[in-house]
Design a protein around this ligand. Sequence first.
Ligand code: NAD
Length: 250
Amino acid sequence: MNRLKNKVAIVTGAAGGMGAAEAKLFAEEGAKVMATDNRETKLKAWVQAAKADGLQMEYAVHDITNNEDWKTIISKTISLFGKLDILVNNAGIYPGFTDCEQTTKELWDKVIAVNLTGSFLGCKNCIPVIKKNGGGSIINIASIAGLVGGNGAAYSASKGGLIMLTKDIAVTFAKDNIRANAICPGGVLTPMTEDLIKAPGMDEIVKNMSPQGRMANPMEIAWAALYLASDESSFMTGAEMVIDGGAVAR
Ligand SMILES: NC(=O)c1ccc[n+]([C@@H]2O[C@H](COP(=O)([O-])OP(=O)(O)OC[C@H]3O[C@@H](n4cnc5c(N)ncnc54)[C@H](O)[C@@H]3O)[C@@H](O)[C@H]2O)c1
């Protein structure tokens, strides 16, 4: 408990899946958390329940691709909680597997806009605020699709770009005591994947996805995000933390 005492965090894409797990865990560990998503209903319901349980949280509707939305969210966070220490760029979309030949320009633009530009806007707008506070931690939720090929053109490019954005921030802003790390999950059971895994033949595909032969649950990613958000990871920056049941070790 209290691994994030006196810290303030923004977590995007927090209506469900990994974002909800990260936001709730951070609040349970003492952080004040602004949970955001572009879908209000689910977000509002669970954050209100968490607040009723005594967690220090607020929620806000937020499209990460909109620069003005970022300014509003940051102002709201500062006015409610006084500062910002931690940003988790978790929101993202998966368009299903489409190789380069099948990928339309529209699909490419959409995936890059959310997964890469949205997270870039988060970093760009939060860095000055975190800097003012004497430093902090940025955690970008990438994917093993950003490390190895064969997971779809736009999605892989967006996550590979996010990993390099993370490294650039780590190198550039170390002098400001800002750390930036990427988490690269393999398959995780979340609303993003729940329909995909119902398709015929998916049991076998999941078994072969990694040596562990299963998908992760969102908490297995949230615990890693907690470590990266906390001062326990103070010498860790510019890294990609792979959490994939051994998938890319083969
Ligand atoms: N589930 C997996 O297998 C897996 C694997 C590797 C990486 N990831 C990444 O992990 C992150 C979390 O994914 P998840 O599996 O929890 O999926 P999810 O679909 O449950 O959560 C993603 C959230 O992002 C929100 N979102 C989408 N576009 C947005 C926008 N423009 N503005 C604000 N919010 C937006 C969605 O509403 C959703 O609540 C994503 O970046 C995803 O690419 C997922």
